[in-house]
Design a protein around this ligand. Structure first.
Ligand SMILES: Cc1cc2nc3c(=O)[nH]c(=O)nc-3n(C[C@H](O)[C@H](O)[C@H](O)COP(=O)(O)O)c2cc1C
Length: 304
């Protein structure tokens, strides 16, 4: 029996629960040489802003013992070029795609969301309320329940698209912040973004990142992400999308087990460009082996 991997994220049906995480998969097209990107639940594109943004100066990436630090600074081509040049190619590829967005101000978030709402083939908007690497990258909104509620409500009024709010782990009560997003009209929350970190060179006595601090991602953050997703699943009724250090199908299954409705895979794409699709195959193989027919037949079944 072939398991049905489809999942529902607040009314949006995805063919499977595996998505690429924003900022680690370009605009999706970069991965088309490696496999058919329409096989993913969804492609989440690099964070888009109103105007094109060059990002931070180099060094922007440092490898760490079990992951990486980045301070890209939300480099992107801007929403207009995305709509004109990238969207038609994602449509041709048959991909389900979601736009990750950010702004320097709440107005800018609204404007980007409104512009993208006019793109019929776009499946959802994911608001990055959590980037630690630019002063205006959403952390001002994402750090408190009031901030997240205000931003979510404002974007909600400007779009009829499914609205996902991506949360920062650099807070003391992530479940409370998720509940605030839910209360303000989010259709789903995605978590976690990167954890604030730092790397220095003991010889040159200089920081390794031009930005000095950066966001830690990869296997190192998985236990933290899993705990935060578990806590949030117990607190909110909207779907929770689990992100953080997922590298294998077993990692993805762990997030589903604690209640996530779907997952996103980030840093693993740099090591293995086929990571996402191999995780889809691995979940299907596990379900077939265990006689599990649907994702809902497994999700949230953690035995305590
Ligand atoms: C190089 C890089 C760029 C990223 N850019 C974005 C971004 O533009 N928007 C966003 O919401 N998250 C961004 N992230 C965060 C990831 O989407 C993801 O939440 C985080 O890396 C944790 O997942 P992982 O451990 O699987 O990488 C970025 C991460 C990395 C490593």
């Amino acid at each position: 029996m072939k398991p049905d991997l489809s999942v529902s994220i607040g009314g949006l049906r995805l063919k499977n629960p595996v998505m690429s995480a924003s900022g680690t998969f370009g605009y999706g097209l970069e991965f088309a040489p490696f496999y058919d990107i329409s096989r993913l639940g969804a492609v989440i594109v690099k964070g888009l802003s109103l105007a094109p943004t060059p990002g931070n100066p180099p060094g922007r990436i440092v490898e760490t013992a079990a992951g990486m630090l980045n301070a890209i600074g939300l480099q992107n081509i801007g929403v207009e070029r995305f709509v004109a040049d990238v969207v038609p190619r994602l449509e041709d590829a048959g991909a389900t795609f979601v736009a990750n967005i950010y702004g320097k101000t709440a107005e800018e978030y609204e404007q980007v969301a409104e512009r993208l709402s006019a793109v019929p083939s776009l499946s959802a908007i994911e608001v990055n309320a959590s980037c630690p690497n630019v002063r205006e990258g959403g952390m001002a909104f994402g750090a408190t329940a009031e901030g997240i509620a205000g931003l979510t409500a404002r974007v909600r009024r400007r779009t009829g698209k499914p609205l996902w709010v991506k949360l920062s782990p650099n807070v003391s009560d992530i479940a409370g912040i998720a509940a605030a997003a839910e209360g303000a009209g989010a259709d789903a929350v995605s978590l976690i973004n990167t954890i604030m970190g730092m790397a220095v060179d003991h010889r040159s006595r200089r920081p390794r990142l031009a930005n000095v601090t950066g966001g830690l991602s990869g296997p190192a953050i998985k236990p933290v992400a899993l705990r935060m997703v578990w806590e949030t699943c117990r607190r909110v009724r909207i779907p929770v999308i689990g992100i953080g250090g997922i590298r294998t199908a077993a990692d993805a299954l762990e997030f589903l087990l604690v209640g996530a409705a779907a997952v996103q895979v980030g840093t693993a794409n740099f090591r293995n460009p086929r990571a996402c699709v191999e995780i889809v195959e691995g979940i299907a193989a596990f379900f077939a082996e265990e006689g599990i027919g649907t994702v809902d037949g497994y999700r949230g079944s953690l035995v305590l």
